[in-house]
Design a protein around this ligand. Sequence first.
Ligand SMILES: Nc1ncnc2c1ncn2[C@@H]1O[C@H](COP(=O)(O)OP(=O)(O)OP(=O)(O)O)[C@@H](O)[C@H]1O
Ligand SMILES: [Mg+2]
Length: 460
Amino acid sequence: MTLSAQSLTKRYGAAPGYAAVRDASLELRRGEFISIVGRSGSGKSTLMAMLGALTRPTEGRLLLDGTDVWALSETQRATFRARQIGFVFQFPSLLSNLTAADNVAVPALLGRTMAAEDAYARARDLLARVGLADRMDAYPGSMSGGEQRRVAVARALINAPPLLLADEPTSDLDEDTEGDIIDLLEELQRTESFGFVLVTHDLELAQRAERSFEMRQGMLAARERPQLEAAPPRRAMAARLDGARAAPQPRAPVRLGESLWRGVKIFLPAAAAIFAAILAVDVGVEKYQAMRLRERAGRVAALQHLALNSLRGDVQSVTDLGDGRYELTTYLQNVGGDRIYVMAPQMRAYVQVASLWQEVPMTPGDEGAAGVTKIEGKQTYRYRFDARVRDFAQLLPNYMHVRFSGSMLVSPSSAPNGDVFERKDNYYVYLKPFDVADDVVLKRMRFSGKPPVWIPMPPH
Ligand SMILES: Nc1ncnc2c1ncn2[C@@H]1O[C@H](COP(=O)(O)OP(=O)(O)OP(=O)(O)O)[C@@H](O)[C@H]1O
Ligand SMILES: [Mg+2]
């Protein structure tokens, strides 16, 4: 595998636009480790998004083994991304309603790169390798930041990509945990031998790479080759800087307090400059974060629109199987014509007893429950449930009041990179209990024929 970035430029805004990255070129082979450092806003993430084929460069080309990635169709590019590139972002963005093992398996399930059993086998293997053998069934909410990051690392490697891009994967972790995660990434790189690009603000971590680059105002430049001696880089650097200065002269005796005042005189302008710089950085970061938030809000709104407006769902039918067992059929319909993928739909059933909802056993039918489905036209799902409940509330005489609660993950992509929306639905129906004879029902209510098994209720 060779990734070749040729003169990548990215401009934002109306032409000529603001160049976040200018003329960046880079070659990366399988098994190589490259690091990129640079100040906030210097264009590191923009470059990474271009290297990962997430953002189309305004100018320049991205070739993988000679194939121009942006000459591929969108579907081909999505497949290419799913198979060739693993991403670890600054925040782990795990799906909170899925276990660690599910989260790791998701890209393989959504990208259909392997059978579900194989995906879970590899997910478990990777989780064991990142030291989470006993946390496979934990939910992200109950995991520490470092553990969540390990899950994200395992997730990035599920499809055994030849290229791993990590954009400040540890910046919100404490120093020890940060070191552990980078150790882990290096170890995995040795065993899986992927090409590895690491963006970091930590010069010490950056030194571990075979080649190191620095971004400055959108320009990528090679940094001096890291020193080969094993001395701890930070101290070594400080020592070298000191050594570079003129050798200290023997000092003349000074009056007590003199150096203090001199120190203050030197310090004051320096402090002012540092303070101004901190302010400038802060304002920059704040502006940048506000933009990120807006971007994120925009993406979430688009996803929400897709998940809620383009996808219609409802109860299609409920049939009485006898003995208090019923079959529920629901449907999902793509009414917007957009590309929609649905993952892990789940359904639960509740019967109202007094003012409480009592859950009743429900199992999915054969089809529909598995993996990921592209919703084109109408897709139906079947579930069986058991509604042998005593003392149910009767909003309609003799009928049970039943709630079906569904949840599912919706995405416009079969290989989403975090662009997943969790949709929840509640459907309400009146359901005729199996042990009440039709003539008993008919004594209290009128129907044109036999009393129906179920009566839909408006959403409430
Ligand atoms: N979608 C966008 N639209 C407009 N400007 C953008 C967009 N994305 C990034 N920028 C701008 O491009 C520049 C580079 O941003 P980028 O996120 O690549 O920086 P970075 O080096 O990753 O910074 P950080 O260290 O803070 O993550 C910034 O000035 C940023 O405001
Ligand atoms: Mg960034």
